[in-house]
Design a protein around this ligand. Structure first.
Ligand code: ATP
Length: 435
């Protein structure tokens, strides 16, 4: 079973993974700040995504498009008209809910009354603001609600400049904003969040096969990073659930403490978006296939995941409480590639000789990894602190180190200890800490 929700939230706050936004002013609901450990974990999740989706592939390139885009983009994509959720309000307690997420569409989950909802109203989720000093309808702009459109509008720029041939993908990681009706479950659903999206363009007749391939690749990515297989599943959308642009969609779902919920959607978006932008902009976004001597609008397969939501899922999945030699310990069994701190350097005492050697070892390791030096408290407690934040390896410097130039390396999961010459330390650690 996944870890208890409150335990994860408490750990996040206590150890500096995630803080409530604007906490000293009472907190801004549904926005969060990532602390020293959270920012490393989130960055590692994004790096792993970028590595597998862009760096390791010769058919995918990246971009970083602006958050503010022409309102025409959102008119063409359909977001201005239909990026909305059905909102109902309870006449009894005035709470607001998203109708499509209610277990019972007649009963208010806040006060328990039945038949008290107003008629559903479509509520547009885009944040609106104004560009320039004057607030008027003429200069309205929107914070992007997804990173995908920034890719579609750059399709031709990227194809031309990077000389890409079908099939090829364009990937992007970045912030998105949605004025969610019911944000909640900590960083699972927030109004400002980060997405990791890739649009993979292909020939229309290849789309079904390419779609199946990406569903498989994306599921495997979570498993390769150590997510518990029993907590991960694929769910195909029912036809009446499909977005207006999608011919087929699979969600990768995680078994959160409150049940199965979405981590990522993989959709066959057909040629909907490129056609919509061709129609509205008048630009030619077709593709000419030289070999087939054919011009057409490519289909697109989109794996769209949430960086912040996925980070939360990895945190939940890694959390383990266990008993060792009659003592309780908390361990984050994060894959070393995701762990915020890779190596902790722990001198047995604060004596100057040991501190000097600690400094030497620390600067050696800092060149390659995110490390933490901890000189406080007993060594046992320091190990527990590192276990709790998922540090895969601890390097202990003791009095023997001064004579034999060896250190003790302790493994987080097995707690086994190895004595390693300082000269071999980087090679030893590198073997256990893959990129
Ligand atoms: P939901 O049904 O949960 O509202 P969605 O199907 O609208 O999500 P997509 O538009 O497919 O979501 O976005 C892709 C991914 O972006 C989601 O799978 C999720 O991981 C992430 N995401 C979407 N909305 C949010 C949010 N409000 N907070 C955090 N992450 C989000």
């Amino acid at each position: 079973m996944p870890a208890d929700f409150d335990t994860i939230v408490n750990l996040s706050k206590r150890r500096g993974f995630v803080f409530q936004s604007s906490e000293i002013y009472g907190g801004l609901r549904s926005a969060y700040d990532y602390g020293p450990l959270g920012v490393e974990l989130l960055r590692n999740v994004k790096d792993q995504w970028w590595r597998s989706m862009v760096r390791m592939r010769d058919d995918v390139v990246g971009i970083d498009s602006a958050i503010l885009q022409s309102p025409e983009v959102w008119a063409a994509s359909g977001h201005l008209d239909s990026f909305s959720d059905p909102l109902v309000e309870c006449r009894e307690c005035n709470s607001r809910h998203r109708l499509d997420k209610l277990d019972d569409v007649d009963t208010c989950p806040t006060c328990g009354n039945s038949g008290t909802f107003t008629e559903p109203k479509e509520f547009n989720l885009m944040f609106k603001t104004h560009m320039g000093p004057v607030e008027s309808d003429d200069n309205a702009v929107y914070l992007r609600p997804e990173t995908a459109q920034g890719i579609f509008i750059n399709f031709e720029n990227v194809r031309r400049t990077a000389r890409m041939k079908l099939p090829f993908g364009i990937a992007q990681i970045g912030k998105s904003f949605r004025n969610e009706i019911t944000p909640g479950q900590f960083v699972f659903r927030t109004r400002e969040f980060e997405q990791m999206e890739m649009e993979y363009f292909c020939r229309p007749d290849d789309a079904d096969a390419v779609f199946a391939e990406w569903v498989d690749i994306r599921r495997q990515w979570y498993l390769d990073l150590g997510m518990t297989p029993q907590n991960l599943r694929l769910r195909q959308h029912d036809p009446d659930e499909l977005a207006h642009y999608a011919a087929d969609t699979y969600d990768v779902e995680y078994l959160f403490p409150w049940g199965w919920d979405e981590l990522e959607g993989i959709a066959n978006r057909t040629d909907f978006d490129l056609k919509a932008h061709i129609a509205r902009s008048g630009e030619d976004l077709t593709y000419f296939d030289q070999e087939a001597d054919e011009r057409f609008v490519p289909y697109v397969i989109e794996p769209a995941g949430g960086a912040t939501r996925t980070t939360f899922a990895f945190l939940i999945d890694a959390y383990t409480d266990e008993e060792v030699n009659g003592e309780q310990r908390t361990v984050l069994r994060l894959d070393p590639r995701l762990a915020p701190v890779k190596v902790a350097v722990l001198p047995l005492s604060k004596k100057p000789d040991l501190v000097e050697t600690t400094d030497t070892v620390a600067s050696l390791l800092r060149e390659r990894w995110q490390i933490e030096v901890d000189v406080t408290q007993s060594i046992g407690r320091r190990y527990r602190r590192q276990d709790e934040i998922g540090t895969p390896l601890c390097v202990t410097i003791d009095f023997d180190t001064l004579d034999d130039h060896q250190v003790t390396v302790r493994d987080r999961d097995t707690m086994a200890q190895d004595r390693i010459p300082i000269d071999n330390l980087v090679a030893y650690l590198a073997e256990r800490l893959p990129a």
